[in-house]
Design a protein. Structure first.
Length: 327
């Protein structure tokens, strides 16, 4: 997308989503794991157009089908509302992230990408589920697929099994359909004199817009306050079988929003500043919330009060268990 400077079309998005869902189906049903960082930057394309999930560095294990995770982890713009709220989440969180990824592939940016990621974190649980900017330009099936992915109540959100039966996915072509896209991208990289040049990196000037950070899993926008990334530590026929060979990674775009890029390598794991902020639970400075409205601040206060009450209750329950007689 970034090399060719255009988003994917609807048929291409359907193919990528189809194989991403197959990966999630296996991960959720067989491995009982949550990926927790689904985005275009963590979807791989091999040389024959096959899409694979990648980067399981923050994947979480579920003890059973009804288990929930509590940790806030992932990349802000792709986070499900229940992840942000810290009320417990399961495999349905990956489905929300896939819906955001589909919008990203269609528009080259995820929703809320025009604002600071810290503010987006507080907006995701309070705003209505995002949609395509110009819904009329896309098919009813695609719009409905997104609506099934982006349901705020995880109990009502579709599973990977259900989405694989959705008309948008059932009509998707095989992986060979993406072969021309791969070939065109590889040719563009060759014509530009290399991947970094094709993607706008300037190795001679570390402050140039679009320069990739070597220590974090994000691309700098040129403004340190806006940089963000993952909170963390993937045949030439139309068959659905996966191949072991890898082509490259669909990576975040130059403005650090996570839009699709094709790359042959990934940068090292790193924890961005906003994750440290959340994990440390320190009080944010006034500057962090200077752009928030009164309603948004009230919602933030409500969330904090709710989280405090929940943690107190958990401590009380653990204490009661300690008081039980030993058999």
């Amino acid at each position: 997308m970034c090399v060719l400077d255009r988003p994917l079309d609807e048929e291409q998005i359907a193919v990528v989503c189809k194989f991403a869902l197959k990966g999630l189906q296996y991960l959720h049903n067989k491995m009982h794991k949550i990926h927790r960082d689904i985005k275009a930057g963590n979807i791989l394309l091999n040389q024959r157009g096959r899409a694979k999930l990648a980067d399981f560095g923050v994947a979480g294990h579920l003890a059973d089908a009804n288990a929930k995770r509590m940790t806030v982890i992932g990349t802000p713009f792709w986070m499900a509302p229940e992840v942000v709220r810290e009320v417990g989440y399961d495999t349905k969180a990956d489905i929300w992230s896939l819906g955001i990824t589909a919008i990203e592939m269609a528009e080259m940016n995820p929703p809320h990408s025009n604002m600071h990621p810290m503010r987006a974190i507080f907006l995701i649980p309070t705003r209505d589920p995002p949609t395509l900017t110009e819904q009329s330009e896309w098919s009813d099936d695609f719009n409905d697929f997104l609506a099934c992915c982006l349901v705020k109540d995880p109990e009502e959100r579709w599973s990977a099994d259900e989405l694989l039966k959705h008309p948008f996915i059932k009509k998707a072509r095989g992986p060979g359909f993406l072969q021309p896209l791969v070939d065109e991208t590889m040719q563009a990289i060759e014509d530009a004199g290399g991947r970094d040049k094709a993607m706008g990196y300037d190795e001679t000037n570390p402050n140039t817009l679009g320069q990739r950070s070597t220590g974090d899993n994000y691309v700098s926008s040129g403004d340190d306050s806006e940089s963000y990334g993952t909170m963390r530590r993937a045949p030439d026929t139309d068959s659905d079988d996966y191949s072991d060979d890898e082509f490259g990674t669909m990576r975040p775009a130059k403005n650090a929003d996570g839009s699709v890029r094709i790359s042959k390598s990934q940068s090292k794991d790193s924890t961005p500043a906003f994750l440290k902020h959340i994990q440390s639970k320190q009080n944010a400075s006034a500057q962090d919330f200077s752009g928030m409205s009164v309603d948004e601040l009230k919602e933030l206060k409500r969330q904090l009060v709710s989280q405090k009450a929940q943690k107190i209750q958990e401590i009380r329950e653990r204490y009661k268990k300690l008081q039980l007689p030993v058999d």
